[in-house]
Every structure is written in C-alpha cells, then in structure tokens.
Design a binder for this molecule. Structure first.
Ligand SMILES: [Fe+2]
Length: 443
C-alpha cells in the first residue's frame, strides 16, 4: 500500500513538474520542494467555501471583509476582538445579498486603533471560524505593496487541477516573499486580473488561498478578466464605490485614503470617459488636500507595448484626465512585463506630471515579451520571467519605489517620485484643454 502511495505521489509530483514547464509563457520563482509542500494543501483550499477577503477601508482604522456562504445558511455572524481568546469581542452587523447560487456577506469595521492587533471570526452554519489576526499599521512612512495579474488559471486550461495548483503556489510564494521583506506593509494593491475566469469560484478561492492574506488588506482592481460577471463585486468589499452610468456587473471605481495619500481605483474596461472622470472627481472633492494622488487602472496608458504617438483610448481619454487631476502615480498591469515611464504630462516627457508603473505577473502564470523597440517615454522595462512586486514607501517628501524579483530577492528597479506640488480640481474646460493637448501630442 505504501509502495502504491509512493508511486501515486511520484506521478503527481512528476505531472506537476511537467506542468511547470508546459507553457513557454509561464515561469515561477519557487522550486520543486516548495511546490511539493504546497500541493497537499490544495483539497482543503478548494473545500473552504467561505474563505474571507480583507479589503482596504475608506481610511486608516477601517477594514472591510467579504465571504460567500450557502443560500441555506441564513444566520451569518461576524465578531472582532482585541484579544486572542476573542473575549470582549464586538459583533458587527453582516450585510447579506442573495447572488446566483450563493450569498455574498460583507462587513465593515471602523474605529480600529493604529498599532493595535485585532482578531476576527465569522460563522459558517452557526460554527465560528478560527480567529484570524490583523494589525492596523501606522499611516506615516507607511509601505504599500503593488502587484498585478496573479491571473490564477492563466498558465493552461483553467479546469486542470495542476494548472491551478502551480499558479496558486506562485501567487502564495509572492505573497510570502513580499511580507517577509515588508512584514509591516499597510496594505497591497492588485491592478487587476486577479483570476483568469470572472465567474470561477475555484479560481477565486485560489486567489484568496495565501494564508497571509487574512492579515493583509488588498485593494483589488477590475481587469479585463474580472468584468462581465458579478463575482469580483461579491467577494471584494470595496470602499466609496461611485455610481457609474455604464457600471459593469463586476462593480465600479472606488477610492480610499491612507495618511496623506488618496488612492483611486477605476475600471479601465469602462471607456465612457464621464464615468472615469466622475470617480476621480468624487475622490478628489472628498479629499482635496491629499498630498499624493495615486490612480490604479488595469490598462496602462503609457505601456511600453504602445508607441510614442499611440492613438489608443487609454492614452487619449485616461491620460487626459490623469493630467487634469494632477495624479502623481498610476499603477497598472495587463501587459505581463514590468515597465516604468518618465514623468509624463500632455503626452510628453515633462518636469512635473505623472509616473506610470506597470507590474508583471504576480504568480508567474503568464508573461508577454517586451516589444523590440521601446517608446521614448519608457525609462525601464524588463521581462525576467519570474514574478516581481514593487514596494512603495510614502515619506514626507517622496514616494520611494523598490521593485524585486521573487526568486533571488534582487532589486531590479528603484526610484523616487517627488510630489508634483499642484493639486488641481479640474472642471469641464480644463478636461477639454487637456484632451486637446494630448490629442495634439499624438499627431
Ligand atoms: Fe488584463
């Protein structure tokens, strides 16, 4: 029996190793030993129907949670405590919405204190989960981790167990690497395409599988692989969502603040400029004095895949708005390689304006090759075929960015972004001028 088990195990490991090299476009940072240690957890990951997501709050001191449950589970509860044994816990009201085949449960907890560690627990069929812990990080000199395109299931046919295991192992490895380097990160930003199929619950469970995500708020983004289905909106509990005329089934843009920084997330699949302008305008009007303005959108208006005179809607529409509202930093993904631009304004390199950073694959599930010729606005772009992540530390004078490859932990890019001083609040005339300026830069 032991011999049979050994043969089965060897076959599984062998098939997983074959799987790693099955796609020329994928590439992972972990070794066989890491994969062999991760694979046995897979059945438990997929059996967990109520895995919880932690999203960023509207500001420091707020945390937002979401999880799915069976339609038959009608009495769902959530509690949070400052003590490990959950004594003196506070029960928080759960907002439950019936979805297609399951319930979506959401909780918002506010009034949490900086530097304090909390423990939270929730029920499944009346049974309380094991408490998870999370610490409210300082909002001065804080660090935000940036990734994109974990896209669990991308490295092959998404119904294949081996594909999901190897992609999830890659994502788990990146999360572990980031938090080993930055254990006190305030939160993480994912610039979209969290999983391959927008309605895949197994892939959603895989994305939320890393155990450290129970203790790390994440601001997720609607990518082209997230729109067209409600699952993104059912499993992530985003703050300050803005009503959009052409809102996608997945959700809308949203915003939040942390310290002196305002973070805005838009759905770049929605090319209706009015909607994007409304999200940015609402955010800026709510926090007009924020020192830093950071925008996350899945598609990069200044990707190295585009050209200096590219006529894409991302360049024309989105960058016009970005210029108008004095955004300091734009975070994107989608093209599956890393790039950073010069300071851009009005379609040209400038002394004051916006830096565009594009992250590569967070899991290793897919990479795209660099174009043969890079546009003039690209300062650096590389495709190292292992997952990378960027840490942004917000200081009084600058946002300090450091990008790492996850196999060697080597720094592959480092830079500083200075405050662009002005914080304009655009109106329809300034948007029109910005649009025309960008248009002329393309001609
Ligand atoms: Fe994408």
């Amino acid at each position: 029996m032991k011999k049979l088990f050994a043969i089965i195990s060897l076959t599984l490991v062998f098939s997983l190793i074959i799987g790693i090299t099955a796609s020329a476009e994928s590439g992972y940072a972990y070794n066989e030993e890491v994969l062999a240690g991760f694979a046995p957890k897979w059945d438990a990951i997929q059996a967990d129907d109520t895995v919880i997501s932690v999203s960023v709050g509207a500001a420091q001191g707020e945390l937002r949670f979401a999880w799915l449950s069976s339609e038959a589970d009608t009495d769902v509860s959530f509690k949070i405590s400052g003590k490990t044994d959950m004594t003196d816990s506070k029960t928080i009201a759960v907002s439950t919405e019936k979805c297609d085949g399951y319930n979506s449960n959401k909780v918002t907890v506010s009034g949490l204190e900086e530097g304090k560690t909390y423990y939270y627990s929730y029920t499944e069929n009346g049974v309380w989960s094991n408490p998870e812990k999370i610490t409210v990080q300082p909002d001065e000199n804080f660090t935000v981790l940036f990734v994109s395109d974990a896209q669990i299931g991308r490295s092959g046919e998404e119904t294949e167990r081996e594909v999901l295991i190897r992609d999830t192992c890659g994502w788990d490895y990146t999360v572990n690497k980031m938090l080993a380097e930055y254990p006190d990160a305030a939160f993480a930003i994912s610039a979209g395409d969290q999983f391959q199929s927008p309605d895949s619950i197994p892939q959603m469970k895989a994305y939320l599988a890393p155990e450290k995500l129970r203790s790390l708020p994440v601001a997720n983004t609607i990518g082209n692989h997230d729109d067209g289905a409600s699952l993104y909106g059912d499993i992530f509990n985003n703050p300050n969502e803005v009503n959009e005329l052409l809102a996608d089934e997945a959700g809308t843009g949203y915003f939040y603040t942390y310290g002196d920084a305002l973070f805005i997330t838009v759905n770049s699949n929605n090319s209706f400029m009015f909607d994007t302008a409304k999200v940015i305008r609402t955010a800026v009007n709510t926090y007009p004095d924020a020192k830093w303005r950071i925008l996350t959108m899945h598609h990069n208006p200044y990707s190295a895949s585009l050209s200096d005179d590219d006529f894409s809607e991302e360049r024309l529409y989105f960058s016009s708005l970005i210029d108008c509202y004095d955004i300091d930093l734009v975070l994107s993904g989608h093209d599956h390689f890393y790039s950073r631009t010069a300071v851009m304004n009005g379609g040209e390199k400038a002394d004051e304006g916006t830096v565009y950073i594009q992250s590569s694959s967070a899991s290793g599930s897919n990479y795209d090759p660099l174009p043969e010729t890079l546009p003039d606005y690209t300062v650096t772009a590389f495709d190292v075929r292992v997952p990378t992540y960027t840490a942004f530390t917000f200081t009084d004078n600058a946002i300090i960015g450091t990008t790492y490859r996850t196999d060697t932990d080597a720094v592959v890019d480092s830079f500083e972004i200075a405050d662009n001083e002005s914080n304009s609040n655009a109106n329809i005339f300034s948007v029109a001028i910005s649009f025309i300026k960008t248009l002329f830069s393309m001609i």
